[in-house]
Design a protein around this ligand. Structure first.
Ligand code: MF3
Ligand code: CO
Length: 255
């Protein structure tokens, strides 16, 4: 079932997003060679607390058998890791790495969710391009997030733009509805046909999240049962925001 949010509920989601934006700002400032991904987790968690929210990712059950519930405030996925990387004090960022950071906040019963890929120091041209294409794909998708369109119009915008740029998309993971729960209906795939899927209505809140690969989109899950990485070890990038569909322009809550 797709939940339609009223104005008051959207206000509460915006409120949760304030803390998320603050956390992103401190993370961005801290990213440099020599910093651990656990440090990024810790500064993000402190920023969330300071703004009266809790990390929405804590307690998310592992999608795979034998994995623990997620215990961290953010996900940090480095280079060929695309999503769900676990922060660690053993992972030290170095010049030329790219790190994808994904985070969610929860306040007064409402969630927000966003992600970015950042370069560490000077990065290669292909990494620059990956980061840009993931971000631009999101904005092409948002252009389609209007009343009367369908979820497939969003998916198709992402797919068309990313593939035109010579990159590929994760098939097994997708964006999602969001609200009182982190993951609600509908699923928002990054691959799809125009004019298919649920119709978009004002008051729907969606997390749109292109997850893109330099090479093949074939991935595996690491032994921690969370981290998803590419089989060919090529680079990946990611960009996500929580948006709300309105009678006019879509509203981006986490930007
Ligand atoms: N932000 C992710 C998503 O968009 C969720 C992360 S899973 C978690 O679906 F366990 F790390 F929270
Ligand atoms: Co998400």
């Amino acid at each position: 079932m797709i939940n339609i949010k009223n104005e008051h509920e959207i206000k509460l989601m915006e409120d949760a997003a304030v803390a998320l934006k603050a956390a992103l700002e401190v993370i961005e400032k801290e990213i440099k060679p020599g910093v651990t991904t656990m440090h990024l987790n810790n500064v993000a968690e402190a920023a969330m607390k300071k703004h009266g929210t809790i990390p929405a990712f804590k307690g998310v059950p592992c999608p795979y058998r034998g994995g623990v519930d997620y215990k961290w405030a953010i996900c940090t996925s480095v280079n060929d890791e695309i999503i769900h990387g676990i922060p660690s004090d053993k992972v030290i960022l170095k010049e030329g790495d790219i790190v994808s950071v994904d985070l969610g906040t929860y306040k007064n019963g409402w969630c927000s969710d966003a992600g970015r890929t950042y370069g560490v120091g000077k990065i290669s041209p292909v990494c620059e391009k990956l980061i840009k294409v993931a971000k631009d794909a999101f904005f092409y998708a948002v252009d389609k997030a209007v009343v009367g369109n369908r979820v497939g119009d969003i998916s198709n915008a992402v797919q068309t733009y990313v593939e035109k740029n010579g990159f590929s998309l994760l098939r097994e993971y997708q964006g999602h509805g969001i609200g009182e729960e982190m993951h609600e209906d509908p699923g928002v795939p990054n691959i799809g046909k125009k004019g298919t899927g649920p119709r978009l209505k004002a008051g729907m809140a969606l997390a749109i999240e292109p997850m893109i690969c330099e090479g093949s989109p074939e991935v595996y899950v690491k032994r921690d049962m969370w981290t998803v990485a590419t089989m060919d070890k090529k680079m990946t990038a990611y960009y996500e925001n929580t948006i709300v569909i309105t009678e006019k322009e879509p509203k981006i809550l986490t930007l």
